[in-house]
Ligand binder design. Structure first.
Ligand code: HPA
Ligand code: ZN
Length: 326
């Protein structure tokens, strides 16, 4: 069997992607034009040349600037359509999509505009692209627990439109434990819980996400590989990790792909999934991430299928829907 074909064709779920991180330069300039906004970049090529990051914060600066062009429901619809059209070619059959409410409400775009716009695309994703979709609202940890709670209150009338909440943005210095109250309320509301932890931050943040927030999955989690006790715990409890290899390289969380802990995670029995994070910025969509690790580590057909089946098992789909995809 042709393993490189498998990377793209095997049915998979994507569990870690930020829809704002799917904003390709062409669509950014198109939205800027129709909204009468001037981006601080000369053109598409100038913007792309700046995708050279030294750490998470240097990316976030560009990411938050770029999304200023997203103003209308149509912008969010086009953004989601653009993502779905690309990953349908890569075997994606289900996507759990992050969005950052505070990144939009803080600049005067209503939560309803964001949700309505995304839903106008996602409501028909199955029919148009063969991809089922769910939304996960992420709190920006660098804006603190109080603003997260206020954001949750604003989301409460819309909890039927999201499957869970997450925690993202600048990690170091913003430990998960401060967000325990808002995560407890989200749990009471019947939502699933995820959190970025151990991307740049220490293993201690992964412990907190598990034991204080009680998350269902860890986003990234790669620094758990530094703590054998933590790694055994994650493997024992089969807590899924949503790993994003190309993101980790581009944000210099690892020196090179060859030094990534992915093989160690697999060998330790961790329920590991492969995802794109911010595909427009990090050099590829989920299929390119599968291909990159296949090339780097020589994963065969069976190993690639395992990542894909892990992604379906780790999803928040109901049992019947998971069975249908496995
Ligand atoms: N880490 C934290 N926050 C983010 C990321 C990331 O990789 N991408 C978008 N928001
Ligand atoms: Zn992320």
């Amino acid at each position: 069997p042709d393993a490189s074909g498998t990377a793209l064709s095997v049915p998979k779920a994507e569990l870690h992607m930020h829809i704002e991180g799917a904003l390709e330069p062409e669509l950014a300039f198109e939205c800027a034009r129709r909204n009468g906004i001037t981006l601080p970049y000369a053109d598409v090529d100038d913007l792309r040349r700046r995708y050279d990051f030294s750490n998470l914060q240097s990316f976030l600066d560009l990411y938050y600037t770029g999304m200023n062009v997203l103003c209308t429901a149509q912008d969010f619809t086009d953004l989601a359509d653009s993502y779905l059209a690309r990953v349908r070619q890569q075997g994606v059959r289900h996507a759990e999509i992050f969005f950052d409410p505070q990144a939009h409400t803080s600049r005067g775009v209503a939560l309803e505009t964001v949700l309505d716009g995304l839903e106008a695309s996602l409501a028909t994703s199955q029919e148009r692209f063969g991809i089922s979709t769910r939304l996960i609202a992420c709190f920006l940890r660098d804006r603190g627990p109080d603003e997260a709670m206020a954001t949750f209150e604003a989301l409460l009338p819309h909890t039927g439109r999201i499957t869970g909440v997450g925690l993202d943005s600048a990690e170091d210095g913003y430990p998960p434990e401060g967000f325990a109250p808002v995560f407890a309320r989200a749990r009471q509301a019947g939502l699933h819980l995820v959190a970025h932890a151990g991307e740049e931050g220490p293993p201690e943040y992964v412990w907190q996400a598990l034991d204080v927030l009680g998350v269902d999955r860890i986003d990234h989690g790669i620094r758990a590989a530094e703590d054998p006790t933590l790694l055994r715990r994650i493997a024992r409890d089969q807590v899924p990790l949503t790993v994003c290899p190309l993101s980790n390289v581009r944000l210099r969380c690892v020196d090179t792909l060859g030094r990534h802990c992915l093989p160690q995670l697999v060998d330790t029995g961790v329920l590991t999934t492969i995802n794109s994070d911010d595909p427009a910025y990090f050099g590829g969509y989920v299929g390119e991430n599968y291909r990159a690790v296949q090339r780097e580590f020589g994963f065969d057909d069976t190993a690639l299928r395992e990542f894909a089946s892990n992604s379906i098992r780790a999803s928040f789909l109901g049992r019947d829907e998971r069975e249908r995809l496995l």
